[in-house]
Ligand binder design. Structure first.
Ligand SMILES: [Cu+2]
Length: 167
């Protein structure tokens, strides 16, 4: 058992070393590795709809705040980081430069709040389809994620809680 563990470690070290030699990818824990993405989905829209949005929870396992600075996807012509603000009772959304995930905390992208806007979808954002996305962080590291397309009806159902608290 210990032989295998040590062998694996040596192998991993070798592979990481080789990766460092042959590519520009960094071997230390970059920001993309410190971020966990959960519950990601894109909102279903009818064909021809001008835009849709993607939502997810970003968890930061590191000691430092991490900024998401860009998202890219082939699913839409333009992908932007957005937030909503309440202007005298009217909800408006606007483009923002980054979304901060606090150290040892999480940031929730959800309807009515932060989201990743998918402008001029080029792939059908139909329930059952999958959207692939690249998330880019301040240090230039990237994370590839894929998410299901969900309909608004599914989206607005009460969230499941994974803990036993009383509500
Ligand atoms: Cu938006």
């Amino acid at each position: 058992m210990s032989f295998h563990t040590s062998y694996k470690t040596k192998l991993a070290t070798f592979i990481l070393g080789a990766a460092a030699s042959f590519s520009s990818f960094s071997v230390y824990a970059d920001q993309a590795e410190q971020i966990q993405v959960s519950g990601a989905y894109a909102r279903e829209v009818p064909p021809g709809a001008p835009a849709s949005a993607s939502f997810m929870t970003l968890s930061n396992q590191s000691d430092q705040d991490i900024k998401l600075v860009e998202a890219a996807s082939k699913a839409a012509e333009i992908v932007e980081l957005h937030t909503h603000s309440n202007d005298d009772g009217v909800m408006r959304m606007r483009k923002i430069d980054s979304i901060t995930v606090p150290a040892h905390g999480e940031t929730v992208l959800q309807p009515g709040g932060l989201h990743i806007m998918l402008i001029e979808p080029v792939e059908p954002l139909k329930m059952g389809n999958t959207v692939k996305m690249q998330l880019k962080f301040e240090d230039g590291s990237q994370k590839a994620i894929s998410m299901p397309v969900k309909s608004l009806k599914v989206m607005t159902m009460p969230m499941q809680h994974n803990h036993g608290d009383m509500h």
